[in-house]
Design a protein. Structure first.
Length: 226
């Protein structure tokens, strides 16, 4: 830190936006193009933005590209699309941020010593060790930036078909994800494991990472790679 700048800087609140705040981007923006978006769909898009207004803007822009909304329409048009089309739009949005290398390193985990890791069957039709289970659990359900251990274990149970990793292996894998994130991107905060409590909490610091994990096909492809 440059001590000569002390007293000349102000702290800026960079907390995540709420769902209601993110919705306003869509509810205020699309009418400018004479396009109508329902409150339900605006909520759906806002939920996927992981608390980031920049991501919300990106998603809305890709909705416009997908629907051909490049200029103000002469006639009012209602924005509608099904879930597969939305997933396709979100996947396109995920190409504007790349955590492929970090995700691949996290999926592989550290080098094993001795016995191989236990493999678990998963709800997406793939199989994987505790690291794949953990990443799938983080991506599961609604996007959440903070995952305390009990919530994480509930998600792990939801994504596993049959047996699941032990609590000890999950805690160790969470610690290793933190190590990998710092190693791959030493100058960027992406994911952190807070082990201050007995079990700990995973904090997703960078919403773009969570969005990439959920919206891109990378995690699925890593699970099907032979």
């Amino acid at each position: 830190m440059n001590h000569e700048l002390r007293g000349r800087l102000a702290q800026v609140d960079t907390s995540f936006w709420t769902l209601q705040e993110l919705k306003q981007i869509a509810l205020a923006g699309f009418p400018k193009l004479n396009a109508e978006i329902s409150d339900e769909l605006a909520t759906r898009l806002a939920r996927e933005a992981c608390g980031s207004p920049q991501l919300m803007q990106r998603i809305c822009l890709d909705v416009c590209f997908d629907l051909g909304l490049e200029v103000e329409l002469s006639n009012r048009k209602k924005i509608e699309f099904d879930e597969p089309r939305l997933q396709s739009i979100l996947e396109k949005s995920s190409t504007h941020t790349d955590f492929g290398t970090m995700l691949a390193n996290m999926h592989q985990g550290p080098k094993t010593r001795g016995s191989e890791r236990r493999v678990h069957k998963l709800i997406d039709g793939t199989e994987g060790d505790v690291y794949r289970v953990l990443l799938l659990a983080i991506a599961y359900g609604d996007p959440v930036m903070t995952l305390p251990y009990p919530v994480l274990m509930d998600r792990i149970q939801a994504v596993c078909v049959g047996d699941q990793p032990t609590g000890g292996s999950v805690v160790q894998a969470c610690y290793q994800l933190d190590v990998i994130a710092r190693r791959v991107a030493p100058n960027e905060r992406v994911l952190e494991w807070d082990s201050a409590d007995l079990t700990g909490t995973i904090n997703i610091v960078n919403p773009y990472f969570l969005f990439f994990l959920r919206a891109s096909r990378n995690l699925y492809k890593l699970g099907t790679k032979k």
